[in-house]
Write a protein that binds this ligand. Structure first.
Ligand code: GLU
Length: 385
């Protein structure tokens, strides 16, 4: 039987790479042959029109080696210094490896306020989308050198799931030192009681039974272990993104996955677009109201963005990224979305065409008040005169 390519139905992929794969445990040095093989796989996928976003760990491990800090328990300050030194090396290695296959890398360092606060979220989302439009490969890590214990993810499993949800990825692929989830925690496999632990190929719902299979973190290099992977799977699947865990230890592990290598698929029961729409529609806190004319209502109905020219009135105080309700003449809310500007700018821009807006605000590059990607129509309420 020919194994099915598990990623054939996806377009946008986030690939998470743990420190244990990138950095040799014994020497603390980067596994450059492995990285080259991965970049070669990425180049092939890009040629097939996949959009690839990398979340790469490894900064701290590389920094430790460079600074010669081998002690086991380093202080937070020293770990942050390691991250700072290691991140430069990590990015350099990514640039070199990607360029071997004519790819360009773009570094993005993220802290939780970026994925959790919508204003930053929109900025990061726009940058990642722009990199993808330019065919560059975003390479993302946590900004470990400034994030303090209270305000950090601490593991790139959850970070990668947040990123995947932020950019509506179709699938998050976690390359790991294990080939998926087993019916017993990984660290207990050698225990006779668990020796018959079975590989789980597909998880459709993450309940307590699945959580129990994860156990505690088993690898001393990676921070994650199976528990944070299950947490990541919850974040991803709730946002409509599927997640795959597969082994990344060997060279060309992405190719191996496509050729049918063992993996666990956590499937989302909705697509990213509908999950995002549900999230926007489900938000109870509306920060502002925007009233629009016939032309704008028609544009929205046709799936276009809301431009300020069609706006007749702006109410409320809101920031970029807040949820606003959009009203048409019959006083019914016809759409809801994330504001692309705050209420002050929206008031200045209303009724103006894009040219006038560019003149008004020298630094902006987009003039949508609500971008089509961040807008949900309440179709039953749209009756255009
Ligand atoms: N962000 C950390 C690093 O680059 C890794 C966190 C993790 O292992 O998940 O070293």
């Amino acid at each position: 039987m020919v194994a099915l390519n598990p990623i054939s139905n996806y377009k946008r992929l986030v690939i998470k790479i743990g420190s244990a794969l990138l950095v040799d445990n014994k020497t603390g040095l980067l596994r450059s042959n492995w990285l080259n093989s991965l970049c070669q796989d990425i180049a092939k996928l890009q040629l097939q029109d996949y959009e690839i976003i990398i979340v790469s760990s490894g900064a701290m491990m590389l920094g430790r080696q460079i600074l010669g800090l081998n002690a086991k328990n380093l202080t937070l300050e020293k770990l942050q210094a390691c991250a700072s030194v290691g991140q430069i090396a990590l990015s350099q290695n990514w640039t070199n490896a990607l360029s071997k296959y004519d790819l360009i890398g773009g570094q993005i360092l993220i802290t939780p306020n970026i994925t959790e606060q919508r204003r930053f979220y929109l900025n990061a989302q726009t940058t990642i989308n722009t990199l993808l439009e330019l065919k560059a490969v975003p390479v993302i890590n946590e900004n470990d050198s400034v994030a303090t214990a209270e305000i950090r993810y601490g593991d790139n499993d959850r970070l990668s799931a947040r990123v995947a949800s932020m950019i509506e990825a179709d699938c998050l692929i976690i390359l790991s030192d294990v080939d998926g989830l087993y019916s017993a925690p990984p660290q207990s496999h050698e225990n006779a009681k668990y020796e018959n632990a079975k590989h789980i190929a597909k998880v459709s719902e993450i309940g307590s039974e699945i959580e129990a299979m994860a156990g505690a973190s088993s690898s001393h290099l990676a921070r994650g272990g199976m528990i944070t992977k299950i947490e990541a799977a919850k974040i991803a699947t709730q946002s409509g993104t599927d997640m795959i865990i597969t082994s990344g230890t060997k060279n060309h592990s992405l190719k191996a996955l496509i050729d049918g290598a063992k993996h666990t698929l956590f499937s989302a029961n909705q697509c990213p677009k509908s999950a995002r729409k549900r999230w926007i529609l489900g938000t109870l806190e509306i920060a502002g109201k925007i009233y629009i004319d016939d032309g704008a209502a028609k544009a929205l109905k046709n799936g276009n963005s809301l431009l300020p020219i069609g706006v007749t009135k702006v109410e409320g105080e809101f920031s970029r990224g807040d949820i606003v309700a959009i009203f048409y003449s019959n006083e019914k809310e016809i759409a809801r979305g994330l504001a692309g500007m705050d209420n002050i700018d929206a008031n200045l821009a209303k009724g103006k065409n894009s040219e006038a807006i560019f003149e008004l605000f020298e630094t902006i590059s987009r003039t949508e008040l609500v971008h089509a990607d961040n807008l949900v129509l309440i179709t039953g309420n749209i009756v255009i005169k």
